[in-house]
Design a binder for this molecule. Structure first.
Ligand code: CA
Ligand code: CA
Length: 123
């Protein structure tokens, strides 16, 4: 049965391709999260542990997303807000994200969705 064999082989290849795509996406999200953490660190010029608007002037990566990261709209992005951003955008659980969602829940509209289940054991 040559056709059946080819079909089975095609199914195997599709399954492998799906796993590779999932890995690539998860690698991408990991890199994106790392890049955002590094940017946060670098942009915190006065080392007070938060990034404020004056610190992002001229930054074309972090800058345009500042408003999304600043959950409570106070003009300051805290580490917890960054953690929440990373969790919501990349699906990576960060320490502090839960705390940020609690402190900013009253500002969010609509009510925050329930936390995503733990990421499938990546590697
Ligand atoms: Ca700062
Ligand atoms: Ca804020």
């Amino acid at each position: 049965m040559k056709a059946a064999g080819s079909y089975a082989m095609a199914m195997v290849l599709l399954a492998v391709a799906g796993n590779v795509r999932a890995d690539l996406r998860s690698d991408y999200y990991q890199r994106a999260a790392t890049r955002d953490r590094d940017a946060f660190q670098a942009l915190d010029i006065n080392h007070d542990g938060v990034v404020e608007r004056p610190e992002i002037v001229g930054d074309n990566d972090f800058g345009p997303r500042f408003r999304d990261m600043d959950r409570n709209g106070d003009g300051v992005v805290t580490r917890d807000e960054l953690a929440l951003y990373i969790r919501d955008h990349y699906g990576i659980d960060e320490p502090g994200a839960a705390q940020a969602s609690m402190t900013t829940a009253h500002v969010d509209q609509p009510a925050p969705s329930p936390p995503r289940s733990q990421q499938a054991s990546a590697k």
